[in-house]
Design a protein around this ligand. Structure first.
Ligand SMILES: NC(=O)c1ccc[n+]([C@@H]2O[C@H](COP(=O)([O-])OP(=O)(O)OC[C@H]3O[C@@H](n4cnc5c(N)ncnc54)[C@H](OP(=O)(O)O)[C@@H]3O)[C@@H](O)[C@H]2O)c1
Ligand SMILES: C[C@@H]1O[C@H](OP(=O)(O)OP(=O)(O)OC[C@H]2O[C@@H](n3cnc4c(=O)[nH]c(N)nc43)[C@H](O)[C@@H]2O)[C@@H](O)[C@H](O)[C@@H]1O
Length: 322
């Protein structure tokens, strides 16, 4: 099948940080037949509703950016929904895509699918070679199942179903709720709020989680959207591709960078009662580069753009409920 600007493309999770960035990227490139449903309109955990949706809407392409998503604490404290809801959502989407003869399916996973202590940088072939990081193994098991389901369809039916594994993402429409968010949006909000509240004429202290020593890689969400468009427009030879920048830094270095960007001059304390998670998960991005795609937005620029977005939208954040 050739995909053209009139192809019916369903973006599951089109209101989320990732899905909305993919929507904007496709719209900007002239794709005119995009389909999106909120979770209130279509609960992807509901098999019957998903079956009806595929019969009515007949998408030709499905991009799966719908998931139960959260940072280290939410993953650690709510293992059951992170496992079960993600399995339900992706199983329904993948299975009904196959039944409805969807020609191209792009599944989005996460770098936490790789073993906790795998060699660095993480190559695609390290999948299922060792134990997972305990704080997010539930989510990782669901995502590994999605990768394998797409691989099975590719192997048995020869269909163009692929999986992209993004590293930690950030950018506009991120989740800034301090209990459920990832580290980067949490730091932006914490440093910003501490800058605005002074105690005895001094800016407030910021409390961050863990030791600050774990290393993480961060990709601006608009780069990820660009990678998804690239994957849509090109036929890949294999089923699994990492998407990242190929560079990482410690959480402490990230804190200093965000503190400087926001302009906070107070103290930072590290709360050792909170988990560190995996020590490092740097992606090997050579397979994607060989296919012809590379990240463009540097971390400093991405953080500045995200902070500007935060300043413009901070009054409208919804607190996320688990
Ligand atoms: N954020 C990261 O750092 C990161 C890193 C690597 C990979 N990813 C992957 O990227 C994808 C999207 O993540 P995100 O950060 O964009 O998350 P997000 O902002 O929380 O968005 C998740 C989306 O999923 C939808 N959704 C959740 N449950 C649903 C349900 N039962 N039925 C229908 N829709 C449902 C939500 O729809 P409503 O808004 O309508 O409720 C929302 O639009 C996920 O697959 C995630 O694994 C994210
Ligand atoms: C991309 C996602 O990454 C997630 O792992 P993971 O990078 O540890 O998730 P994050 O929540 O981004 O945390 C990354 C690191 O930042 C530290 N950290 C410091 N301060 C904070 C803070 O205020 N908030 C948060 N959230 N972290 C903070 C945290 O302890 C951990 O070492 C997985 O749980 C998911 O499954 C998924 O893979």
């Amino acid at each position: 099948m050739t995909i053209n600007h009139h192809s019916r493309i369903y973006i599951a999770g089109h209101r989320g940080m990732v899905g909305s960035a993919i929507w904007r990227a496709l719209e900007a490139k002239g794709y005119s037949n995009l389909i999106g449903k909120t979770s209130a309109e279509l609960d992807l955990r509901n098999q019957k509703a998903v079956s009806d949706f595929f019969q009515t809407e007949k998408p030709e392409v499905v991009i799966d950016a719908a998931a139960r998503v959260g940072g280290i604490l939410a993953n650690n404290e709510y293992p059951y929904p992170f496992l079960m809801e993600n399995l339900q959502i992706q199983n329904n989407l993948i299975d009904y895509s196959l039944k409805a003869d969807v020609k191209k399916f792009i599944f989005l996973g996460s770098s936490c699918i790789y073993p906790k202590l795998a060699p660095q940088p993480l190559k695609e072939e390290y999948l299922l070679t060792g134990p997972l990081e305990p704080t997010n193994e539930w989510y990782a098991v669901a995502k590994i199942t999605g990768v394998k389901a797409c691989e099975a369809i590719r192997k048995q039916f020869g269909k163009d179903y692929i999986s992209l594994m993004p590293t930690n993402l950030y950018g506009p429409y991120d989740n800034f709720d301090l209990k459920t968010s990832h580290v980067l949006p949490a730091m932006i909000r914490k440093f910003h709020e501490a800058k605005q509240s002074t105690v005895d004429g001094r800016q407030s202290t910021v409390s961050l989680w863990g030791s600050g020593t774990p290393m993480r890689e961060f990709l601006f969400v608009e780069d990820l959207a660009d990678a998804v468009v690239f994957a849509l427009e090109n036929k890949f030879e294999d089923n699994l591709y990492n998407v990242g920048t190929g560079a990482d830094l410690t959480i402490r270095e990230l804190a200093e960078l965000i503190q400087k960007t926001v302009g906070h001059a107070g103290e930072i304390i590290w709360d050792s009662s909170k988990p560190d998670g995996t020590p490092r998960k740097l992606m090997d991005v050579s397979k994607m580069e060989k296919a012809g795609w590379k990240a463009k937005v540097g971390l400093e620029e991405g953080i500045k753009r995200t902070y500007v977005w935060f300043l413009e939208h901070q009054d409208s954040f919804k607190e996320v409920k688990i």
